[in-house]
Design a protein around this ligand. Structure first.
Ligand SMILES: [Ca+2]
Length: 525
């Protein structure tokens, strides 16, 4: 037995003993559900301010809404480097377990908690007391957290919007050059060329690029996605099988196009080498680029990059445009997964798991979400002409503890008042325009993918060297065919077999889930 497996075994055993020991005296702890209740919450986000204003505000809000005295004990987790160790430690001793555990990226450990009974099945409580939660999270999201035994042992703590990115273009440059908003890839490339060569900013200098962004495939979405392919994703083929996107023939067509843009000087050459996000933000703010694939949230006037851009380019205007249509009429924005990246579990230590779910449900309301994130309207922020304006600086926000309860079912809808109405509308539109690709991409439910774990690092390394080498003109276009030929022997055969097996199982499991969901969740909304 390797060391990791041993640790997990020991953990499972120790939890089993603890759970068994505690169930004996459970009678002593049973409360009648009316007296004061103290709930402990493991917390990772925000400034981790102890004895904060936000703690008191949450207690008051819960006490008023649950009709009994609720005290909230904050259990702050340490830094990202140490948090997993701490979470394991807390979960190995029932006396130390918080009522609600926050966790992320700990699938193996989570599995052991489930097996040991250290986390509670939430289904009966969600049915009775979890309406804000089950109405907020979609059926698809709940699938990823559903145990085929018909139980749910974790809820997502935070999920990004379904579509977070968009093609962005300089509207004022289109106007300066008398160009229309491009719709097809051909039109888009013509515009990018004009943005590079026709002095769109009218300063008489050859100082602009048509297209810029990160050294990543998502930045190239207007090209890859208009061809219906994502080199990072597993893609459903017409015959129902699944393939690693990087090996699909459409990729070669896209590489030929992007390589051409680089050669012509239309594409910002800084893209072909690793570049950090802050530098890309600076490039966007400097205002010498015509188009980029970037965050929807840029369009909040309060966003830092937006403000820097406006300060440097008072007359400049970026606008979001619809996803570019490819040669076969296909168009899509990038879909986010609906799984979420961090999770909440009610532990076996919670004396009243029903009350724990009532607390989470109240925290999942728009009202409480706003309170714990932004404070009180009038005191800490105001809404002027429908737009959020903070009345306090970052330091005071930290002092109040705003953000301490981050990723406790963080709502991305109207409750996120930092978004102006136009940005909310754009998020909604991007959720729709990301649908065509969402239907082609497999988001794996299974927590176990041994072939991918073993071989993917080498495969991705060769992919990236090949693709960026082609784009930068250092490798011939046919290097793509060499990559595809090498892929199976590099573990690609096993990767694809595993992907197809998981996809088939998952597809079948979704049918079972769907029936279960209608009976056990839908009818309780
Ligand atoms: Ca110029």
């Amino acid at each position: 037995m390797n060391k990791k497996a041993y640790v997990i075994m020991t953990l499972v055993l120790s939890i089993s003993l603890i759970v068994a020991a505690c169930s004996k005296d459970a009678g002593n702890k049973t409360s009648d559900g009316t007296g004061p209740y103290k709930i402990s919450l493991a917390l990772m986000g925000g400034p981790k301010t102890p004895d904060s204003w936000v703690n008191k505000a949450l207690e008051k809000d819960l006490t008023e809404n649950l009709g009994r005295d609720i005290q909230v004990e904050d259990v702050f987790l340490p830094s990202w480097d140490d948090a997993k160790t701490k979470i394991n430690l807390l979960m190995s001793d029932k006396k130390e377990m918080p009522d609600v555990m926050w966790h992320w990226d700990m699938n193996k450990e989570f599995d052991s908690w489930v097996k040991a009974g250290a986390v509670v099945d939430l289904v009966p409580y969600l049915q009775k007391y979890g309406q804000n939660i089950i109405n907020y999270y979609s059926k698809e999201t709940m699938f990823y957290h559903w145990d085929p035994s018909g139980k749910i042992f974790r809820l997502p703590g935070d999920i990004s919007e379904p579509g977070t990115m968009t093609t962005i273009i300089r509207k004022d440059w289109l106007d300066n050059l008398g160009l229309e908003v491009p719709k097809t890839l051909d039109e888009y490339i013509k515009v990018l060329r004009a943005f590079t060569k026709d002095d769109p900013d009218g300063n008489g200098k050859d100082d602009t690029y048509g297209f810029a962004g990160e050294n990543s495939y998502r930045t190239l979405a207007p090209f890859f996605y208009s061809h219906g392919v994502d080199p990072e994703a597993f893609m459903i083929q017409e015959d129902g099988t699944v393939k690693f996107g990087a090996t699909m023939p459409q990729v070669k067509q896209v590489l030929a196009i992007v390589r051409g843009l680089y050669e012509e000087g239309i594409m910002d050459p800084r893209m072909v080498a690793p570049i950090d996000g802050a530098q890309v933000d600076d490039i966007m703010a400097n205002g010498k680029i015509g188009s980029i694939y970037r965050w929807v949230a840029f369009f909040n006037p309060d966003a830092t990059t937006h403000q820097s851009f406006k300060a440097l380019n008072p007359e400049g205007e970026y606008m979001p445009i619809e996803p570019i249509i490819g040669p076969n009429g296909f168009a899509s924005d990038i879909p986010s997964d609906e799984i979420g990246w961090s999770f909440l579990s009610v532990t076996a230590a919670a004396k009243e798991p029903d009350t724990a779910v009532k607390v989470l449900n109240r925290m999942a309301s728009s009202e409480t979400n706003k309170l714990i994130r932004f404070g009180e309207e009038g005191e800490h922020y105001e809404i002027i002409d429908g737009q959020y304006k903070s009345k306090i600086g970052p330091e005071e926000k930290n002092k109040l503890g705003l953000g301490n309860y981050s990723w406790y079912i963080t709502r991305k809808d109207e409750a996120n008042i930092e978004n102006i109405p136009e940005v909310i509308e754009l998020f909604n539109k991007r959720a729709e325009t990301a649908m065509p690709m969402r239907e082609k991409i497999v988001f794996f439910k299974s927590l176990e993918r041994p072939a991918w774990i073993e071989y993917s690092a080498d495969v991705k390394k060769l992919r990236d060297e090949t693709f960026w080498g082609i784009i930068a003109g250092e490798l011939p276009l046919d290097a793509f065919d060499d990559f595809v030929a090498k892929y199976p022997e590099m573990g690609g055969k096993e990767i694809d077999e595993e992907a197809n097996k998981l996809y088939a199982e998952q597809d079948q499991q979704y049918e079972e889930f769907s029936k279960w969901y209608d009976e056990n969740i839908e009818s309780y909304k």
